[in-house]
Design a protein around this ligand. Structure first.
Ligand code: RP5
Length: 181
């Protein structure tokens, strides 16, 4: 296991079927950049730019990419197609579609036939896709592992702080201080 900071090569590719998917994938990009992980971010449509998608899938390994996050919506075949082109692990992000609220995207990405897996996060789950990619890299990179562990520790501390405040204030006062109430 290396303890070095992430290498200069892009270790994670974040790809999407359309620029309309970018906002959903932004949390993945942000968290990976915060962990110091180099990224390649691309728009590659399985049906609008299939040849470019194929080229990307065939070259990903030689570029040093270790994990691919692929977001797509509707008849969302990009993650499965990319997974068919490379043995690099693919994390699929179902985009919340207009017509079916992302249930179409989810089923398209989730229901891969046996042999070619796509690890699928929740509809709109860009953040978890980024974290999962970092966790995969962290199995072989101590620097990234520690970044993920520190992130989880911060989540723990936030809940402890909120719990203490809730106990101190009581439910009614706590709720009145929450911005959405
Ligand atoms: C898919 O079609 C994309 O992943 C996107 O979620 C969806 C709609 O694309 P646009 O019409 O917004 O470009 O390929």
């Amino acid at each position: 296991m290396t303890s070095a900071k992430a290498e200069p090569l892009p270790l994670v590719a974040v790809i999407m079927g359309s620029d309309s998917d970018l906002a959903t994938l932004k949390p993945a990009i942000d968290v990976l950049e915060n962990f110091g992980i180099n990224l390649e971010v691309r728009i590659l449509s399985a049906h609008r730019t299939p040849l470019e998608m194929i080229q990307f899938g065939q070259e990903a390994k030689s570029k040093g990419i270790k994990v691919i996050i692929a977001g797509a919506g509707g008849a969302a075949h990009l993650p499965g197609m990319i997974a068919s082109l490379t043995s690099i692990p693919v994390i699929g992000v179902p985009i919340q579609s207009k017509a079916l609220n992302g249930v179409d995207s989810m089923h398209s990405i989730l229901q891969m036939p046996g042999g070619i897996p796509v690890a699928t996060v929740a509809i709109g789950g860009g953040l978890n896709a980024g974290l999962l990619a970092a966790q995969i890299l962290g199995t072989a990179n101590q620097y990234i592992y520690q970044k993920v562990s520190a992130y989880r520790e911060s989540l723990h501390d936030q809940v402890i702080t909120k719990d203490k405040k809730l106990v101190d204030l009581g439910a009614k006062s706590y709720l009145s201080q929450m911005p959405q109430y």
